[in-house]
Write a protein that binds this ligand. Structure first.
Ligand SMILES: [Zn+2]
Length: 197
């Protein structure tokens, strides 16, 4: 992630999806909508296919796992207008991410916030993401853990929830973790962030 991205993430901060200990709690999700007027307005106006998709998802959520709905993993920075509905393959991948998040919540951190999940290519460009970012495939998420040290959570993930992860690092100045799952048939190589060589 580059400097511009850090700024975008900073601007996005209130837009973080909060579930974690309140897993599956609809009231908490609605609370987020009420407290984020920009987001609520974007959905209400329904100007883009993504906005209309979000509206349908909110009315009838598609559960990605026990604790996460699909739409919660589609936020990316303050680029709502440029976000797109995740394609079918990305949606399938987001379900894998959701299951991994559940595992992390169970084993390593009671609360997980998602700062950035699926990104359309335009959004990825806008936030300064790398060219072949796994975010564009729905295979990556940037996470923070209120009440837990990011480095401690990372250690725990390395030890107890390592399977299927091909990318992971703690961002230097933002206390969050970028996690990228392996692509189909991709063999997980050593993760230097887990002390593997
Ligand atoms: Zn990332």
């Amino acid at each position: 992630m580059k400097g511009a991205t850090a700024i975008s993430v900073l601007l996005l901060f209130p837009l973080v999806v909060q579930v974690g200990c309140a897993k599956g709690d609809r009231e908490r999700k609605l609370d987020m909508l009420e407290n984020n007027k920009e987001f609520a307005r974007f959905i209400e106006q329904g100007k883009t296919p993504y906005a209309r998709w979000l509206k349908r998802q909110l009315a009838n959520p598609d559960p990605a796992s026990e604790g996460w709905d699909l739409w919660q993993l589609t936020f990316s920075a303050n680029h709502l207008e440029k976000q797109e509905v995740p394609p079918v393959q990305a949606r399938a991948n987001l379900r894998l991410v959701a299951r991994k998040l559940e595992q992390i919540e169970r084993l390593c951190a009671p609360t997980v916030w998602v700062h950035s999940g699926y990104r359309s290519p335009t959004v990825n460009n806008g936030v300064g993401g790398v060219r072949h970012s796994r975010h564009m495939e729905g295979l990556a998420a940037d996470l923070s853990f209120p009440g837990s040290e990011a480095s401690a959570v990372k250690k725990c993930i390395c030890k107890r929830a390592r399977a299927g992860i091909c990318e992971m690092y703690v961002h230097k100045d933002r206390h969050y973790i970028h996690m990228g799952l392996c692509r189909y048939l991709e063999k997980p190589g050593p993760l230097k962030w887990c002390g593997e060589k």
